[in-house]
Design a protein. Structure first.
Length: 317
């Protein structure tokens, strides 16, 4: 009789499959893996950058960059097909990047980073998107803010995002998105805002909807069209809607959307001489544990029982 060293107790090996599970973090916390989990699929989005504000007779605000994106990768938004290893049974710290308030004049602030780890000796960081007129090493750059129509170069993004839109007119440039560059403002007429860059599609085993990390649209000048929100949570730009100038729209929380740039009307009589950019949207983290087969054999076993189960291919390895 097979036994675990307890007289009279029958003790057979136990096998089965641990069910798959998805854990979504919209605020910072701790990931506690299931018993047999040794690798996971990890999806991170940093917070979006803030849109820039507009100042009457001076500038129109650029859009904030969308939050950087990682999927099973330490450095780039390009999805990896390989799951990442974790230490079995050990909790992992998760930090969700927070969006920042929209800027009053011109420049916007960068969004906060979303972090998973350390685990297995590696810390994974999805960088927050750049604020208006702000380049980023890893995530998307913010859109340019116009200044009396003087050209401004694009704010560069990194491997987790894309560049913001350059400015060669009176409208604000669109913020870069995780999946596409921010657009330059309209040059004919030279006053419309540039559209925010598109976000990137989520993996199929993650949360829906399938697009996040969109850039904020640039602010429109005078009565011209503001920049459209980047698909995937970006905020639209503001404009002049008589008699008042309007603020940029906030990026969407949990999408890492960039805030829209503030609109302005270059006229001394315009109501509100200064507008705010839209706030950046908070980031998100999604951790997927695949279904995992397992087998256990508790207790103390005599060699004859071990041999029998190994021969029948029923002994845990």
């Amino acid at each position: 009789m097979a036994n675990g060293g307890v007289i009279g107790k029958v003790n057979d090996p136990v096998s089965g499959t641990q069910t798959a599970a998805t854990t979504t973090f919209t605020s910072s916390g701790t990931f506690n893996p299931k018993t047999y989990t040794s690798s996971v699929d990890m999806f991170l989005v940093g917070a979006g950058g803030a849109g820039g504000g507009g100042i009457n007779n001076q500038n129109t605000g650029g859009g904030g960059g969308g939050g950087g994106m990682l999927f099973n990768s330490e450095t780039t938004r390009s999805p990896s097909t390989s799951s990442i290893p974790i230490t079995q049974g050990s909790p992992v710290t998760v930090t969700i990047g927070g969006g920042v308030a929209g800027a009053e004049p011109m420049n916007g602030a960068a969004g906060g980073d979303t972090v998973f780890g350390p685990t297995g000796g590696v810390t994974y960081t999805a960088e927050g998107g750049g604020g208006a007129r702000q380049a980023r090493d890893n995530a998307s750059g913010g859109g340019g803010s116009s200044s009396h129509g003087h050209p401004r170069a694009a704010s560069e993004g990194g491997p987790q995002g894309n560049d913001g839109g350059a400015v060669d007119g009176l409208g604000g440039g669109g913020g870069g998105g995780a999946g596409g560059v921010g657009a330059a403002p309209s040059t004919n007429p030279p006053s419309g805002g540039g559209a925010g860059g598109a976000g990137q599609t989520l993996p199929t085993n993650s949360v829906s909807p399938a697009l996040r990390g969109g850039g904020g649209g640039g602010g429109g000048h005078s009565h011209n069209t503001p920049g459209a929100a980047g698909p995937g949570g970006g905020g639209a730009g503001g404009t002049h809607s008589s008699p008042a100038n309007t603020d940029g729209t906030p990026g969407t929380d949990q999408y890492g959307g960039g805030g829209g740039g503030g609109g302005i009307h270059q006229h001394p009589a315009a109501a509100r001489n200064q507008t705010d950019g839209g706030d950046g949207g908070d980031g998100i983290a999604v951790i997927y544990e695949p279904a995992t087969p397992y087998a256990t054999a508790s207790g103390v076993w005599d060699m004859e029982s071990v041999y029998t189960y190994v021969k029948d291919d029923n002994w845990p390895t």
